[in-house]
Design a protein around this ligand. Sequence first.
Ligand code: MTE
Length: 314
Amino acid sequence: MMIRRPSDVLPSEITPKDVYFNRRHFIAGAAALGVAGAAPFGAGAAPLSAAKSPLSTDEKLTSKQDVTSYNNFYEFGVDKADPAANAGTLKTKPWTVRVDGLVAKPAEYQLEDFIKPSTLEERIYRMRCVEGWSMVIPWIGFPLADVIKRAEPQSGAKYVSFETLYRPEEMRGQNGLLPVLDWPYVEGLRMDEAMHPLTILAVGLYGETLPNQNGAPIRLVVPWKYGFKGIKSITRISFTDKEPETSWNKQASNEYGFYANVNPGVDHPRWSQATERRIGEGGLFAKRRETRLFNGYADQVASLYAGMDLRKFY
Ligand code: MTE
């Protein structure tokens, strides 16, 4: 291979950033039209730009380094650094998403047909993990409601369930060496939660398609719930009349409920949920922040739970 020094590259050979981004936009558009080989999704990190949504917070972003190296993705190991180290083995192209259950239009989509680039937005959300830390992440995604409307749920459909792929050859944590969770990872939402405008399917972060460790090529993001509801690398979305099983609830039902709404007033049985550590903020002695009800999104979502005992439905 011929290696050129930077001084050998003519200025005319360097693509200006805005042209490059527009080109990627065009490519994403072409992918939506089904042009073979043009899809940026699932092919490793590729630039992906989108206009910022007014539903974004203006809080300081957590660094890209922290967002992509401090992760939970048990299919690749239980330590925070494991997903970044091990998730490279996951093949995300081609990728299919099955939509089924109580819907008029069940379908199996190729990812390129599932995502409509024109609907992508940047959503900067506060994220709060049940373990007591938080981040602010610039996601790129689209409302889950779009997918639901397209599927035309039947009147009996009261919940939406989600499933991550099961592929032990590519996900070393599924090999039974670490029996932490039942595979595949599953999650669920009530229909009104799933339809809420804050609920998105994310396909990117920080202006690029999702890195594998963050749930490539497509994952759920629900900013008023603890992070574990944000199921990664989704291959199936089903509509049901019964509350679906969820991975962490199956593992320890007294610790992790179906709702998992961020709530400083309801402690985890083994630790308080009153405060949180913002990742990247100060060192060991940084002051913890007060955790807010529904992670600060109460104005938008509290009405979904009117009349419910949040101690019982945790
Ligand atoms: N999805 C799958 N498939 N497997 C997992 O282990 N971990 C969850 C959630 N989604 C997990 C998952 C947990 S516990 C958290 S806190 C978030 O992903 C972390 O998302 P992040 O690493 O992108 O911050």
